[in-house]
Design a protein around this ligand. Structure first.
Ligand SMILES: *Cc1c(COP(=O)(O)O)cnc(C)c1O
Length: 380
């Protein structure tokens, strides 16, 4: 329309805006702060860059790509490599742009209006967002007071009669594992719902159920390159699932959703997986060193962890969070999240970063750091 035809109200009130979906009107864009501070320990990435020879090889292979052409839509080579690692078929394997996209695709296929997603609380804070944007109902079941699972949790999840159940294992933000026997009972109790076990941190610890894909009828295992694989910048996640789930997800995926550069970069990583994951022992020993240092401070409560982060509780956590930030240390603030009052989560960084975190926390709390930090573990 020409300016002369513009409706009268827009002249008076400025340009008319198309109203967003009413159910999204109060939804804030999700994401942890990305701040430029010296010690960033708030998003559970791995501190080390990928190996130099990996980056060189990716560069070399990108040169020979036909980027004028669309990428391999079913990303077959990548799925072959992923499937072979766990003895499953290509048809039981699927990748997307981060495991968050995998989970979103699962909800596009099995959630939506009139459907429901159930999960545990505390749990991964993206799940309610994914439910929201796909217009899927959402129900949270409380874990026990110490954040462990009990038979009641299984029964309560079954009682929701949800269509899809998401279980983070190890859990984020608690770091705690769920025994496979509990997941087996859950899988049976929620039939015919889909059980999605989110194993974003499984390379660090805990028990994987990937060996049961295909055997447990409705089990999906999602994983990511963002954490132990040191490739958060690549945005790649994947799932192993019954082949009918992969077929259903293909109904909702956008054509060519995985670009050719990403496919190649992931293939090269999988071809040299061993060197990629060799930091895990260091992360585990650093994690226990940080837990020891936290436990040595009076009035700090620290949870066990099978992942590359540690959850702890401290009085006035919101204020402690800001005081740490003033000292250049960024952790994750859960102090106002349901069931996580006064909790902060710290990602395990390099030995130096962990030292800086512990020293900053001791300074904020006005305590002398305990023995575990004054005699640091040997550095590599
Ligand atoms: C970090 C994380 C993911 C990974 O998300 P990506 O989209 O693969 O980066 C998935 N689930 C949980 C529980 C996480 O903490």
């Amino acid at each position: 329309m020409t300016p002369a035809q513009t409706p009268a109200h827009t002249a008076a009130q400025g340009p008319a805006r198309t109203p967003v979906r009413p159910d999204l009107a109060d939804l804030e864009p999700y994401g942890a702060p990305q701040l430029d501070v010296p010690v960033r320990l708030n998003t559970n990435e791995t501190a080390e860059r990928p190996p130099e020879d990996y980056l060189r090889e990716v560069g070399r292979r990108i040169q020979s790509l036909d980027l004028n052409r669309y990428p391999d839509r079913p990303h077959t080579r990548l799925r072959e490599l992923l499937a072979a690692r766990v003895d499953l078929a290509v048809g039981q394997t699927w990748a997307a742009n981060g495991s968050n996209e995998v989970l979103a695709q699962v909800l596009q296929a099995y959630g939506g209006p009139g459907r429901m997603l159930a999960t545990v609380r505390p749990g991964y804070s993206m799940y309610p967002v994914l439910a929201r944007v796909t217009a899927t109902g959402f129900h949270e079941v409380d874990l026990a007071d110490d954040f462990s699972w009990s038979d009641r949790v299984v029964d309560d999840l079954a009682a929701t009669r949800a269509d899809v159940v998401f279980v983070p294992n190890p859990n984020n933000p608690t770091g705690m594992r769920v025994p496979s026997a509990v997941l087996a009972a859950l899988h049976d109790a929620i039939a015919p719902a889909l059980l999605v076990v989110d194993e974003a941190y499984v390379e660090f610890g805990g028990e994987s159920v990937v060996g049961h894909v295909g055997e447990w009828d409705r089990l999906v295992v999602s994983r990511t390159f963002s954490k132990a694989f040191r490739l958060a910048g690549l945005r790649l996640g994947y799932m192993h699932a019954p082949d009918w789930v992969v077929d259903d997800v293909r109904r909702v995926r956008l054509p060519y959703h995985l670009d050719a550069i990403k496919q190649v970069a992931a293939e090269v990583a999988l071809e040299r997986e061993g060197t990629f994951l060799d930091h895990r022992a260091r992360v585990a020993s650093e994690r226990e060193r940080v837990r020891g240092a936290l436990a040595a401070i009076d009035d700090v409560v620290v949870w066990p962890s099978d992942a590359n982060f540690v959850l702890f509780r401290v009085a006035d956590a919101g204020q402690v969070f800001r005081a740490l930030l003033d000292r250049g240390v960024l952790v994750r603030d859960f102090s106002t999240a349901p069931r996580l009052h006064d909790c902060l989560r710290v990602t395990i960084g390099t030995a130096e970063e962990n030292d800086e975190f512990v020293a900053a926390l001791a300074d904020v709390l006005g305590v002398v750091p305990g023995p575990p930090t004054s005699t640091p573990a040997p550095r590599r």
